[in-house]
Design a protein around this ligand. Sequence first.
Ligand code: CMC
Length: 392
Amino acid sequence: ADIFTYDPGFTSTASCESTITFIDGDKGELLHRGYPIDQLAEKSHFLEVCYLLLYGELPSAEQLEDFEGRVTKHTMLHEQMQYFFRGFRRDAHPMATMVGVVGAMSAFYHDSTDIADPWQREVASIRLIAKMPTIAAWAYKYSIGQPFVYPRNDLDYAANFLHMCFAVPAETYEVNPIVARAMDRIFTLHADHEQNASTSTVRLASSSGANPFACIAAGIACLWGPAHGGANQAALEMLREIGSPNRIPEFIERAKDKNDPFRLMGFGHRVYKNFDPRAKVMKQSADEVLDLLGIENNPTLQVAKQLEEIAVKDDYFIEKKLYPNVDFYSGIILDAIGFPTSMFTPIFAVARTVGWISQWKEMIADPAMKIGRPRQLYVGATRRDYVDVEDR
Ligand code: CMC
């Protein structure tokens, strides 16, 4: 009989070769195409990082302009896609709406679904990156009962997203450049993270040759879970529930209690065992953004910082190598910008789309590509004969 390695959660199985993102979990290092994430977050911007992830090199000024132009050209949604939003209940979670609407894109763009054609792959990639902010913003607008706001192509990627979320017809809305920069940095920090659950989902779904828009919808579904992208919403809700520093020990004790399912949300990572470099940038960014927006003594940020301080000195967290991850501080910035917690994971999805697409393109072009098909260790009943219902 075949012998298989049993590896639940794929903790030690490499599913592919990749040249896109490198993580050294012990050192707390994250590189995209060789470039450290902290340098990209500080010096680059989201669309440039998109180019880097998709094509492997930083663009020349001309290449960047061309790429930004191509993305900008595709920000509009097909007018009929509005009916998909309108078909949902207003209280639907925006992630639910996004799974549906992005899946529906497969029915709208027949000219970019043949994955055997490199040109169609390119168009599908650009469409997804360009339209995802519009889809997330419209899911939000619909949920609060406001009219959809069309993209403004004179604005950059992050500023346009803020415009579509916060502009109200008949009122002037000026995008605050500090807020736009913070938004862009959040996108950059979430752009890719090698073979995480949602990316592996996209790869697995696509390995059958499935429609790319449907595969990205599968990635969105996977990202939604609280152990993955849903942790940013859960982390802020947890920090709010803790409410004040004197309640921190109670929650730390709960997180350590084996009989309590509670976990510190925004803490721990499968790969990072020292620190998450994205969390470091995010923490610094939270300080800067709140400062620049004139928000003083934000109680949630205070609880977050003290919680981190106490947890990293606690034996349980030291022994299990649990540190704040990217989701721990991002919610504080998003909250300061004005987003409700339900929009945190959709924002993660907007940013991660380029990672999903880059990994998808890499997989399709890889001659070693095969359909993904894990094996199992069967532990159920052995062969037995069917018994008629009256004899059971
Ligand atoms: N709070 C308390 N204990 C924890 C936590 C936590 N946040 N995370 C892990 N542990 C414990 C866990 O109970 C286990 O203990 P034991 O060995 O005694 O059974 C040990 O640490 C190892 O945990 P694990 O669940 O086996 O580790 P994993 O690699 O399968 O899970 C994780 C990684 C991120 C899912 C997990 O740390 C977790 O659930 N964290 C909270 C949710 C979260 O913040 N997710 C965001 C991940 S980063 C970005 C993203 O993907 O969105």
